[in-house]
Design a protein around this ligand. Structure first.
Ligand code: APR
Length: 327
């Protein structure tokens, strides 16, 4: 099967799905410029992640661990969500049930507009007191070392789940339920070697879901999933979404919505992208401008920020409004 055939297959599966669950890893943020953990660019001072992201490492040398997190915080602070993040934020509005499980702590999914998500490994922009347990947001870059709790003055640590620590049981339960009750699961940009996150795909597959991997490289999932699409997340994920096919109800809604909201629907000669007015939604603008760039590779750069893609002449859609449900 070619990659295009594979993408068509995923589109068809998504068109018929009521419940979709997505698991993401560092690979989705790699396209925003955030180093992955196990790629060559993820090494910091030659330490492997397993040597730094542990309670033992923090107990031994909290300064070293905080210096590593300062390095990651500085990189992440300068990055923006990419079209794959935006496409997933869009997707949560399209299905009766949708859940995004992310191993990433960079916050880029939320920045892109995702709300139905479990950040199972925590949040790099939160700190937790080692003495009183208080969790608070902290966006200082760099964070002064040693950072102190605003309540009791004792040392704080990153609010991140390290190797050897347990996931939050509520988030784990929610994620497991989402994995076991979905029709389609997408696994995007994870090496699939860190547990328990790596179990969600087998959970889904055993429960009968159609499991699709999207990754630049082969992983332990590649041989066991229903379909593996090799390539960059920011390219493949929006492609799956762009051509979700509207049913009759959706087409009617699109037409009504188009008239009601005074959208300037302007079909491209050669393609199915249609550009309309200002979305007022930054996540959608990110998605639209890059999709538009992809749609029109000859065009001088992406479209202006205020444009977005809506409905195609043949009923293909990429529209964020909840009214435009598939069906
Ligand atoms: N598009 C898709 N996949 C990509 C891209 C890209 N642009 N770039 C890299 N990848 C793939 C890599 O081939 C690899 O399979 O993303 C994966 C990233 O793997 P890891 O670095 O191991 O990251 P992840 O799987 O998220 O790690 C899991 O380990 O260190 C802990 O807690 C940390 O959440 C992290 C967990």
């Amino acid at each position: 099967m070619t990659r295009e055939d594979g993408i068509d297959e995923v589109r068809a599966r998504l068109s018929n799905a009521r419940a979709v669950t997505v698991l993401t890893g560092a690979g989705i943020s790699a396209d925003s410029g955030v180093p992955t953990f196990r790629g060559a660019d993820g090494l910091w001072r030659n330490f492997r992640v397993e040597e730094l992201a542990t309670p033992e490492a923090f107990a031994r040398d909290s300064r070293l661990v905080w210096e590593w997190y300062n390095w990651r915080r500085e990189i992440i602070a300068a990055k923006l969500p990419n079209p794959a993040h935006a496409a997933l934020a869009d997707m949560e509005r399209r299905f009766d049930r949708f859940w995004l499980i992310t191993q990433n702590v960079d916050g880029l999914h939320r920045q892109a507009g995702s709300t139905k998500l479990s950040e199972i490994h925590g949040d790099i922009w939160k700190v937790r007191c080692t003495a009183c347990g208080r969790v608070e947001e902290n966006r200082e870059v760099p964070i002064p070392i040693p950072p102190a709790c605003s309540a009791c003055g004792k040392l704080v640590r990153p609010h991140i789940v390290w190797f050897g620590e347990s996931l939050d049981p509520v988030e784990f339960g929610r994620s497991q339920e989402a994995a076991q009750s979905c029709d389609v699961m997408l696994i995007i940009g994870t090496s699939g070697v860190v547990y328990p996150a790596a179990m969600f795909a087998p959970f889904a597959q055993t429960a009968g879901a159609f499991v699709v991997e999207i990754n630049r490289d082969p992983t332990p999932y590649t041989e066991i999933v229903a379909l593996s699409l090799q390539g960059r997340a920011s390219e493949i994920v929006p492609q799956q979404l762009l051509k979700l096919r509207l049913g009759e109800r959706g087409r009617d809604a699109a037409q009504r919505g188009g008239a009601r909201t005074e959208l300037r629907v302007a079909a491209e000669d050669d393609g199915d992208a249609v550009i309309v007015g200002d979305s007022g939604d930054p996540a959608q603008d990110v998605l639209a401008s890059t999709l538009a760039g992809m749609q029109r590779p000859g065009a001088p750069g992406a479209l202006a920020k205020s444009e977005r893609i809506l409905v195609a002449p043949d009923g293909l859609v990429c529209d964020p409004r909840p009214a435009l449900r598939l069906g």
